[in-house]
Ligand binder design. Structure first.
Ligand code: C5P
Length: 285
């Protein structure tokens, strides 16, 4: 196989409760993660040295990074699998960076999966999850790329119950937000976990259930980057948007819609009005 190409979908936290804090400073979370149909794309192929090529609209945001999580993933998996690191990776960066939708984590997860295909190697999923966790708290869930209830620091995964179909519009003000800064800034209060345990067939019931939950990192992210609050207010004010919320540690926010037509209408309207923001009209995979 000459090139292996995999999509690294965006991760969206439909809600995110911070439920505690470990002694090592990491936070305990309760969250429903869903993954979008499209996202970044990772292409890997054998080469004579380890190389990373960046393409796509957000490539420049990563150009001057010391080390990319994708390269860390290659080195780590190569040493565990007894392979050399001589692969060329092309990372098509379509998602904004430092934006609360798991970009780097999704890229790392896609790289791990693509390398196993390239090297024609099998690995028990539990072992792969451990490797993923050592790269970042969100990487294990990104390996799954399907709706998942997440707890622990992001390492305890349970399949989410069935959800009704819905569409999303993701909006980012094109201002990076630092995850460690957001966790540092938040007030030290904790929420109860509220995992989804039963199938949700009806869209209105689903929205009602989401309204009973929240994202505990919103206030801190909006304080660090007030433009995130503007995005939330704009989405909330749209007559077609049934629920507006921030994902992860921000600043990407999302609107939930019952179908792709309504999501597209909102997306077209708002992207005309706010040409400096990033818009992504998508649905859950
Ligand atoms: O693991 P990851 O690199 O994604 O986390 C970035 C930072 O976010 C951590 O260094 C930590 O400060 C914070 N974090 C946390 N609790 C989590 C996940 C991340 O405190 N569950």
């Amino acid at each position: 196989m000459s090139v292996v190409s995999l999509t690294a979908p965006a991760k969206v936290n439909l809600y995110l409760h911070v439920t505690g804090r470990r002694n090592d400073g990491y936070h305990l979370l309760d969250s429903l993660f869903v993954f979008t149909k499209d996202g970044d794309v990772v292409h890997v192929r054998k080469s004579d040295r380890l190389a990373l090529k960046l393409t796509g609209p957000y490539a420049d945001s990563l150009r001057y990074e010391n080390d990319n999580i994708v390269l860390k993933a290659v080195r780590l998996l190569a040493s565990i699998c007894g392979q050399d690191c001589n692969v060329e990776i092309t990372l098509e960066k379509n998602l904004p960076v430092s934006s609360g939708i798991g970009g780097g984590s999704a890229d790392a997860a896609a790289t791990l999966k693509a390398l196993l295909i390239l090297w024609n190697q099998q690995m028990p999923i539990k072992r792969l999850q451990e490797i993923a966790l050592s790269l970042g708290a969100d990487v294990p869930s990104c390996l799954q790329s399907r709706p998942v209830q997440v707890s622990g620091i992001g390492d305890i995964l349970k399949p989410a119950p069935n959800l009704p179909s819905f569409s999303l519009v993701l909006v980012n003000p094109n201002r990076p937000v630092s995850t460690p800064e957001v966790f540092k800034k938040r007030l030290p209060v904790f929420s109860d976990p509220a995992p989804f345990t039963e199938d949700m067939k009806n869209f209105d019931d689903f929205i009602q259930a989401l309204q009973q939950r929240h994202n505990d990192l919103t206030q801190a992210a909006c304080q660090l980057e007030p433009e995130v609050l503007r995005v939330l207010e704009v989405l909330q004010a749209d007559p077609l948007c049934r629920l507006a919320r921030m994902s992860g540690s921000g600043g990407t926010c999302f609107g939930v819609f019952p179908n792709v037509q309504e999501a597209s209408l909102c997306c077209e309207r708002l992207s005309r009005k706010y040409p400096d923001w990033w818009f992504f009209n998508t649905f859950v995979h």
